[in-house]
Design a protein around this ligand. Structure first.
Ligand code: AGP
Length: 619
């Protein structure tokens, strides 16, 4: 959802900015731009294009930008179409201010009208250019008054006081080739602290191992930095003592290595990411899970009567899985809501309700606001998140980190399976506080411990999934069916396919198919059916029979192929037999591979699908 970056130091800024933008490109990739200050030119040079960072890099090479201080942006369009003009950074019409922005300025129309009346002009349709002119207007007034120091920081502060909406910004001032001001509200911004160089960016991956320490800025904070120093303060000009954090991931985690796409790399990383999500989280007697960061005593947790899970997209599917698992193993009623609906729905919550948010990025605005709404009502909110230092993780009352490592592919894979794993471990944890026996707990722990090996085994069938994907890649409709806890997995399979291959796909509880979606069944509409051994197997087989009777091709994911009637499945994807608590994760793997290979076969841009962005920081 737009990535911003700023660098000031002693090295050539353009290449550092472009390298960082490449790493931020997952946040938005319809346009990219950089602005660089040089000692010789009064106004920074701006290079921007409605194109990928790769194209901009080629342009920058030819342009020989020079300079060691600059800002950059990679865009996911909100206000104004995808065009060179609307790409960031934006220059104020008096040439004084250059600004890159992530977020939405909601009162931009009123601000634009008053600035126009003062003679400021606009070359784009964006809300960002309004902000650039607003800062410029305040800067001009401050310069005229001849009062004060740090005029850029002051002008930014004054402008932001007039703004309604969300922003993460990076701002340059013409003629000041070693000064950048950043600020945030609702959109992430991290300060990178290096030796004789400092950076700001939407997330730490942009620094690419360059910075030794980072400071996660809070909403309502402003940072002013030059190459040798930085100062953080609040919008109301209170000084802030920075808390320096070490960067907790390795550079190669965010590199492609030998894989053609991040999505494939991340699918194959799952044995490790699942291992990491479990590390140190089982009790010594091997009968339950344990979590360090819940900040709640066993007594408090025992008093929880109801749990509410909040999330969006794939994370919402993980919430649905959490419901199945916690209700099954801990017998605590669980509700699930879309974060975007919860924040406006004013739902009546019962007294002893514990709220959980699930968010890979920890920056999804709908989930952040839902969390704030629940906290405002006085509920305790715990979070499951992948990004340490993210806004959701910092603002919640405790929680669990997934430790999946950076997920770069826009389509979530390893983060989803880790969320499902953590949710199922929570089910065990709550269950052991209630009626789940020691022996049942031990069985579950053993199953979790076998998971990385079993996932590797499923990944061993990747070539078979690829063959099936190629066979059905031309179909334009897919149905995904599953029952009970396999229903959210069917939903996730459908979402994955539509996200990256633009194929229409729907997920249903298998028995619901006959109540409407059955009308879609025809030889051109394949059905992916999850039919696992156990209580629902025969019911799933009946639903598959209904598909076959209407000449629909069927791809069956199963752990008991021998029990399927002859000729029922056109294609089989095998899952090893395992404890019920880990089957949702195992069945997810072939669905991820299926959508990946279909998208590749259709020539789609797997890691950067059209219209999407990894981290959705607007409403
Ligand atoms: C996942 O494949 C999607 N790109 C999307 O649905 C995502 O899960 C959703 O936007 C929530 O993101 P979060 O987990 O970072 O909050």
């Amino acid at each position: 959802m737009c990535g911003i970056i700023g660098y000031t130091g002693r090295q050539e800024a353009a290449s550092i900015l472009l390298e960082g933008l490449k790493r931020l490109e997952y946040r938005g990739y319809d346009s990219a731009g950089i602005a660089v200050c040089t000692q010789t030119q009064p106004v920074p040079r701006i290079l921007k294009k409605a194109a990928r960072v790769e194209v901009l890099s080629r342009m920058a090479k030819e342009a020989r930008m020079g300079g060691s201080c600059g800002i950059g942006h990679t865009r996911w369009a909100t206000h104004g179409g995808v065009s060179d003009r609307n790409a960031h950074p934006h220059l104020s019409s008096d040439g004084a201010i250059i600004l890159a922005h992530n977020g939405v300025i909601e009162n931009y129309v009123q601000l634009r009208n008053s600035l126009s009346a003062l003679g400021y002009t606009f070359a784009s349709e964006t809300d960002t250019e309004v902000l650039a002119n607003l800062v410029a207007m305040h800067l001009a007034r401050l310069e005229k008054s001849g009062l004060g120091e740090n005029l850029l920081e002051e002008a930014v502060r004054m402008a932001l006081a007039e703004v309604e909406g969300t922003y993460g910004i990076a701002v340059l001032r013409s003629g000041h080739p070693d000064e950048i001001v950043g600020a945030r509200k609702g959109s992430p911004l991290v300060l990178g602290v290096g030796r004789n160089e400092n950076m700001i960016a939407s997330d730490v991956t942009a620094f690419g191992g360059r910075m030794q320490n980072v400071v996660y800025l809070e909403d309502g904070q402003i940072v002013r930095m030059c190459r040798d120093d930085f100062v953080i303060s609040t919008l109301s000009n209170q000084s802030v003592s920075p808390v320096l954090n070490e960067i907790n991931w390795r550079l190669e985690d965010a590199e492609l290595g030998s894989f053609p796409h991040f999505m494939l790399k991340e699918i194959f990383e799952q044995p490790t990411s699942l291992e990491n999500a479990m590390r140190g989280r089982f009790s010594q007697d091997g009968s339950t899970a344990q979590f360090g960061g819940l900040n709640m005593s066993a007594r408090e947790l025992r008093q929880v009567d109801r749990i509410l899970f909040l999330g969006c997209g794939t994370a919402w599917h993980a919430c649905q899985l959490a419901k199945h698992m916690i209700e099954r193993y801990a017998r605590i009623p669980v509700d699930v809501e879309y974060s975007s609906e919860f924040r406006y729905r004013n739902s009546p919550l019962e007294k002893n309700t514990l709220v959980f948010t699930i968010s890979q990025s920890g920056e999804t605005l709908d989930t952040l606001e839902a969390q704030r709404e629940a906290q405002r009502k006085g509920y305790r909110v715990l979070g499951i998140s992948n990004v340490v230092g993210s806004t959701i993780a910092r603002e919640n009352d405790g929680g669990i980190f997934q430790h999946s490592g950076p997920e770069i592919g826009v389509a979530s894979t390893k983060a989803f399976t880790a969320q499902v794993l953590v949710a199922t471990m929570l089910a065990l944890y709550f269950g052991r506080m209630r009626d789940l026996s020691f022996a049942d707990g031990r069985e579950m722990v053993k199953a979790f411990q076998s998971l990385p090996g079993l996932v590797s085994q499923v990944l061993g069938h990747a070539a078979e999934v690829e063959r099936i994907a190629k066979k059905y890649a031309d179909c334009n409709d897919f149905l995904f069916l599953g029952r009970l806890e396999m229903f959210p997995i069917a939903l996730e399979g459908a979402l994955k396919l539509k996200e990256i291959s633009y194929i229409h796909a729907e997920g249903y509880p298998a028995a619901e198919m006959k109540h409407g979606p059955i009308a879609l069944i025809c030889p051109e509409c394949p059905t992916v059916a999850i039919a696992m051994a156990g209580e629902m197997f025969r019911k799933c087989v009946s639903s598959i029979q209904e598909v076959k009777a209407r000449k629909g091709p069927v791809i069956v994911i199963t752990d008991c192929p021998d029990e399927l009637p002859d000729g029922l499945a056109d294609e089989l994807l095998l899952i090893p037999s395992a404890h019920q608590c880990i089957l949702p994760i195992l069945t997810t793997i072939p669905l991820q591979l299926l959508s990946y290979h279909i998208a590749v076969a259709r020539g789609c841009d797997v890691d950067k699908p059209r219209n999407l962005a990894k981290s959705v920081t607007v409403e």
